[in-house]
Design a binder for this molecule. Sequence first.
Ligand code: FES
Length: 136
Amino acid sequence: MAEPSEKLTAIAEKLQIGQFHRHVLLCVGDACCAEIGKDGAQAAWDRLKGELKDRGLSLATGPTACYRTKVGCMRICTGGPILVVYPEGTWYAGMTADRISRFVQEHLIDGNPIEEWIFARNPLPSDCETSARSHG
Ligand code: FES
């Protein structure tokens, strides 16, 4: 495989990839967002982007630095918008626009996941755990 191009490296640097402590993925796909429709799904995404920006979480400094990605499907396909937070691997359902502000404050800023909206968990192993396993 070819080496990454300088263009890609420059884009990654511009986006400050390498500085983030969390990654939030929000699914706005038709299947999981059937109840709220495309407009409702887009509203949730717009609110997430706005909250992260307004509260300084998208600036990639400090422990609350958070990258965001809008996705088309995470294979759940009901009860959306589905939202996942890594590295803790917290899976949320029903993340409509009206829930985003509380989510950003309580989970991303205060570090307290909102239990009543969570339907699954899959924390990722740390680098040390992964390394130990692959070399063990
Ligand atoms: S469409 Fe959202 S999980 Fe499949």
